[in-house]
Design a protein around this ligand. Sequence first.
Ligand code: SF4
Length: 190
Amino acid sequence: MVEMNINRRQFLKLTGATAATLAIVELGFNEKEVYASSKELKIAKSTVTPTICCYCGVGCGILVHTKNNQVVYTEGDPDHPVNEGKLCSKGTTIRQLYTTEKRVLKPRYRAPGSSEWVEKDWEWMYERIAKRVKETRDASFIEKEGGIVVNKTERIASLGGAALDNEETYLLSKMMRGLGIVYLEHQARI
Ligand code: SF4
């Protein structure tokens, strides 16, 4: 049996709070409705944007509520065929991706041989990636194999993510095949 050590003052507060709660319930106060309306107040007049949870390959649908460019609430998308409104513990806390101070807002680059990450702007990073992809592709491109035209490179691979939708995945695979990349995979299959 667990013993509770409370003094007289705490006892009076506790019994007073219990009596008040019972009185409210007896008066027909429905705490479920209050809980629901407090949530509605939070999301009243918010903009709702559907998105896909980025954490794993299940790809659950999430509704993001924003007000004044701030994320005020997130919840499972009831119309999404994968999760029908439900979310696991990671998906439920997805708003923290936006609110955490640890969020990385700019690309970071670590030069070969260096142990330091340096912040770069997006333009610098796009150019760098494009340059490296082109160099690698050109240096490894195979036009023919055993007399058969293959036009491929085996030194680059592509890994799609759960946050990509059908159209993005289609465009990504088109671009990769255009470059001659044959190792195409997706997070959901791994
Ligand atoms: S909510 Fe959970 S199960 Fe669904 S995609 Fe996110 S991490 Fe995966």
